[in-house]
Design a protein around this ligand. Structure first.
Ligand code: BGC
Length: 780
């Protein structure tokens, strides 16, 4: 990974929960304010003060409703961006602290803050601005001690001065407009003349929890040098750049132009058939940054409070004016997380698929797990996050990231127990407050997966009430009837269903009934609750939820399964859910499994699953003895398949199987993201089954090496930094069919090997920590 930025990391962890500011500290804001559809210039705030003595320590404590960037004596004092992040600002806002001991001096000092609209009052998916409030505001306290033991502090209040500067607009969806002619050079330095600035307004103290941030900060994580592309149709002063990778981020441009002229920077994920950038899928997101030159000196510019989902950058100057661009860098922004795992195998296309999965994770883990980073949506969609979480936890150390998002879910829950489809909730989907099956059910799946991977039961205790309240809501909902959830006669909406399930060669896949999906998840929720109750030592709850799970499964079988085991809905997803959630009687499983395989064969050996069915499809095929069918689907290259996008040059996971096809070009621009991790959920199977690393006890206290070589794959490997240390497996098949295994068991763990009947191996039943090598001989 590249060094993250040119700033030093100065954040000091806060160890308490609630944070209080000294008496007399007030929230302050600018008198300038936009409207529901009009943006306002970004406000700047400053305050001069003096310190007598040599600084020993200094701490800035700050938060905002909006986004802040703090400067001291002419320099930005932190390397995180978009802090304090996105929470439900009606309930909670996070605070960070920074060490300013190296910034303050004896004598005159200045502290400055710039505020962005961000999620607080910028455009949100609702189509309007100002969802939480009309303008950004912030609160801060800077305290210091000097070497002679004297302490001092300053806080926000009406004595701070404010003005607007060069940033005329800065919005996540729309982009940033910067007019260098309005720069206030030296504004955060002492002796700056702020006579023309007005006093800041004191804002009402928001009645919300002000607490120490529990989220990893968003940072500039990676840098990409853009290549200049030839323009299909040369246009005066227009250039086109390719950063080589679809990311969430922005550009830093090294350029020169005539004073007063503007360069317009547009962002796109794809090029169309003519080689022109494709903006069609951005919907109302303008995703355009503008920079106006103040003189003809070279500048290096990067916008401040915006982020775009893009790979291509179109830069256009003004006709007949000079515009020289010497360098364009793509900067990817995401929550700072350590890389913890990988996957490689003998097939380069699958390796590329895996890279794309990681890329889409990075492109969507900006404080919350979003669906996509480019169009006017970018929300914490619960369904997407739950299908992807197991894969996500392999790639990046996302414990804190998801702990924060679990709190967002808790905050999003309604008094009635309902869980919305996105967290933070923005009430944007009036038709239905409950997020529905597989979406709201993230409240069970995500905490349980976090517990399995990290072995820390605190998250279960933290989420217990939320889960139980949601289960009660489902049980009492008028549309739940005799354990059938969202009974089709009683709920015309019924949830998002198997979202984006594809058709193949014009054949409709057949929709999986929503009450079937919902009831399968309902049974799974009850089963997860029973397991959690066991971990938390809640004996009577174990019984209660186990019984409910059994009752729901029985109701499912009565309504959706024939006696011999045929799933009446007859779709791939219906069979997959009945099998994966272990709803069928043992004797029914083989029937449903062969029904599933029959459906795949009838579909020319292609999948026909959407967001929900896809994540469980390969695990089910493998566990039911159809490993080669699973590999066939994994290695398919026509649409719909994972490799279709890869073969056609994708650098991230697409929202739709047919996001672009050779026959039809771009899919419906109304909903067609090229950076959507949901189908990347297959990563968990690649790691767990192709490479063969999985857990045998929570937190990898015990490890299971269970590779299942298949398809055309001749070797595979993966590693994962468990909380005990690094676990790894690499296997290779030779011509004689021998399977060579190299295994690493971390200190504090043990492991076992599980090979299928194709091989025999001489190995201890329990492997101790350390590196191990084995050769498994082919049977027969
Ligand atoms: C989002 C999804 C989400 C879905 C709900 C879409 O607009 O992009 O990924 O899960 O709505 O079905």
């Amino acid at each position: 990974m590249n060094p993250t930025s040119h700033f030093n990391r100065r954040e000091i962890p806060i160890t308490t929960g609630a944070v209080s500011f000294p008496d007399g500290t007030s929230w302050i804001q600018s008198p300038v304010c936009g409207g529901p559809c009009t943006t306002a210039p970004v406000p700047y705030f400053r305050r001069d003060f003096e310190i007598v003595g040599k600084i020993q320590s200094a701490v800035l404590t700050i938060t905002a409703l909006g986004l802040y960037e703090a400067e001291c004596n002419g320099h930005c004092v932190h390397d995180d961006v978009f802090s304090p992040g996105w929470t439900d600002y009606r309930k909670r806002v996070y605070v960070r602290q920074y060490d300013l001991s190296a910034s303050l001096v004896s004598g005159k000092n200045t502290i400055g803050v710039i505020l962005g609209d961000g999620w607080y009052c910028g455009y949100l998916s609702s189509g309007h601005r100002q969802f939480y409030g009309d303008r950004p505001r912030f609160i801060a306290c800077l305290s210091w001690t000097t070497t002679d033991g004297t302490s001092g502090s300053i806080q926000t209040g009406p004595e701070w001065k404010t003005s607007t500067g060069p940033i005329l607009e800065s919005d996540f969806f729309m982009g940033e407009a910067y007019d260098a002619r309005r720069e206030c050079l030296g504004w955060s330095l002492p002796d700056f003349d702020d006579a023309a600035w007005t006093h800041a307004q004191t804002a009402d103290t928001p009645q919300v929890e002000i607490v120490a941030s529990i989220a990893p900060p968003i940072k500039r994580m990676e840098f990409f040098d853009a290549q200049r592309l030839d323009l299909p149709k040369p246009v005066d002063t227009q250039t086109l750049w390719d950063i080589g990778q679809n990311i969430a981020g922005r550009v830093r441009v090294h350029m020169r132009g005539n004073p007063g002229t503007t360069v317009k920077i547009r962002h796109a994920e794809m090029l169309d058939a003519n080689g022109e950038p494709y903006f069609g899928n951005l919907r109302t997101a303008r995703s355009t940054d503008c920079y106006t030159f103040k003189d003809d000196e070279p500048v290096v510019w990067e916008p401040r409070f915006t982020v775009h989902g893009f790979r291509y950058v179109q830069m256009t100057g003004q006709a007949h004016e000079t515009l020289e661009i010497s360098k364009v860098e793509g900067i990817s922004l995401y929550s700072e997380m350590r890389e913890t795992g990988d996957f490689t195998c003998s097939d380069d296309l699958l390796n590329k698929l895996y890279c794309n999965i990681v890329r889409s994770q990075k492109g969507n883990f900006l404080d919350i797990p979003t669906d996509c980073p480019q169009r006017d949506e970018r929300l914490g969609w619960t369904g997407d996050a739950q299908v992807f979480i197991r894969t996500a936890l392999h790639n990046l150390e996302a414990h804190a990231f998801f702990r924060k998002w679990m709190q967002d879910l808790i905050d999003a829950q309604r008094d009635s127990g309902e869980i919305p489809c996105t967290a933070p909730n923005i009430d944007a989907f009036g038709h239905k407050w409950d997020g529905g099956a597989a979406w709201s059910d993230a409240v069970f799946i995500c905490p349980w997966t976090l517990y399995e991977v990290y072995g820390n039961s605190e998250i279960l205790a933290q989420c217990w009430d939320m889960m139980v309240r949601y289960m009660d809501f489902i049980a009492k909902a008028p549309s739940t009837c005799q354990h059938i959830r969202v009974h089709s006669e009683k709920d015309p909406w019924g949830g998002f269903g198997d979202w984006l399930a594809p058709t193949r060669k014009g054949k409709p896949a057949g929709a999986t009934p929503k009450d079937l999906i919902a009831t399968a998840f309902y049974a799974n929720n009850a089963r997860i609750l029973a397991r959690i109750a066991e971990v938390l030592g809640r004996e009577s709850d174990v019984r209660k939820w186990t019984e409910l799970a059994a009752a729901i499964a029985a109701a499912f079988r009565r309504r959706f399964v024939s006696e011999e085991g045929l799933v009446t809905a007859n779709t791939q997803t219906a069979c997959v859910l009945a099998l994966y959630f272990d709803i069928l009687l043992p004797e029914q499983r083989t029937v449903a499994a062969s029904q599933l395989v029959g459906l795949i064969r009838a579909n020319d050996n292609y999948l026909s699953t959407g967001f929900i069915g896809t994540s469980y499809l390969l695990p089910v095929l493998e566990s039911e003895g159809y490993l080669e069918t699973a590999y066939r689907l994994l290695e398919n290259k026509e649409c719909p398949s994972w490799l279709y996008a890869v073969v056609h040059g994708a650098t991230s996971i697409w929202e739709r199987w047919d996001g672009w096809t050779a026959e039809h070009g771009f899919a419906d621009p109304g909903m067609n993201s090229y950076n959507h991790y949901a189908y990347g959920a297959v990563g968990a199977w690649m790691v767990g089954t192709v490479a063969g690393l999985s857990l045998d006890a929570p937190g990898f206290g015990k490890i299971l090496f269970k590779p299942r070589p298949g398809g055309s794959i001749r070797s595979a490997s993966t590693h994962f930094h468990t909380s005990q240390g690094k676990a790894a497996i690499a296997w290779q098949l030779n011509e004689a069919g021998q399977l060579f295994l190299q295994l690493t068991v971390p200190e504090g763990s043990t492991a076992r090997i599980d090979l299928d009947s194709r091989w025999r191996i001489t190995a201890p039943a329990t492997l101790p920590p350390g590196d191990h090598r084995f050769v498994a001989e082919p049977n027969g």
